[in-house]
Design a protein around this ligand. Structure first.
Ligand SMILES: O=C1O[C@H](COP(=O)(O)O)[C@@H](O)[C@H](O)[C@H]1O
Length: 232
């Protein structure tokens, strides 16, 4: 099932997002003892930093110490670099959660692209020992104005990947060029995927994505898609 929600401001988008994550976490923790969450970087970090910690403190059942968090993609820069997704989440979001906080799987930029992708895939396989392709409870995907999500860019060869859960690229059209990313097989197996787009620059590409998502939903490739967008 695909659904699109449009909000008049980033504040309202962030609040809805925080509510949705909190409810999904409480549900997953109650039914399976843990909540598995994939997080994109970019503008999503600030949205979550503002709204998620207060939403969580009002919902003890969502217990972040029972979360397994992974990054949907990572830029290969040191963790203290302003472009590091893991670094941004650590300093802006996880630091606001009660200790011990979530278990976090991180990409190791110092390994270099190929080895970092292999290492990250191994971490994911260990964290999800059962199924051949891990099933995240929820993936929060961002969207670039050029239509990319994670570090999967339109027309890039990585979109053809059918086996690896994780890929790497050294030619990202958006800097920094070296990145590690979840691939489509992993994204497609998630229980829920939420595409989060904020700001007018994303409106044209969101329209295209809507059409594509309609096709995906009909073909049953995606289990459930919820979209949250701001078109103005
Ligand atoms: O480079 C990236 O871009 C996308 C979109 O970022 P945004 O700042 O336009 O929201 C992001 O989802 C991805 O994780 C990131 O690496």
């Amino acid at each position: 099932m695909a659904a699109v929600s449009v909000f008049p401001s980033q504040r309202e988008l962030g609040a809805a997002l925080a509510r949705l994550v909190t409810e999904a976490a409480a549900e997953a923790v109650a039914s399976s003892g843990r909540f598995t969450l994939g997080l994109s970087g970019g503008s999503l970090v600030a949205l979550l930093a503002r709204e998620l910690p207060p939403a969580l403190s009002a919902a003890p059942g969502a217990d972040p110490s029972r979360w397994l968090v992974a990054f949907c993609d990572e830029r290969l820069v040191p963790p203290e670099h302003p472009e590091s997704t893991g670094g941004a989440y650590r300093s802006q979001v996880f630091s606001q959660l009660p200790p011990p906080g979530p278990q976090v799987l991180s990409v190791s930029p110092e390994l270099g692209p190929a080895a970092a992708a292999r290492d990250y895939e191994e971490q994911l396989r260990k964290a999800f020992p059962g199924p051949a392709v891990p099933q995240f409870d929820l993936l929060l995907l961002g969207l670039g104005p050029d239509g990319h999500t994670c570090s999967l860019f339109p027309g890039h060869a990585l979109l053809q990947e059918q086996h690896s859960l994780v890929g790497f690229l050294e030619d990202s059209p958006k800097p920094p060029p070296r990145r590690v990313t979840m691939t489509l097989p992993l994204l497609n197996s998630a229980r829920r995927v939420l595409l989060v787009a904020a700001g007018a620059s994303k409106a044209p590409v969101l329209k295209v994505w809507g059409e594509i998502l309609g096709i995906w939903a009909k073909s049953g490739i995606w289990g459930e898609i919820g979209g949250v967008g701001i078109l103005g």
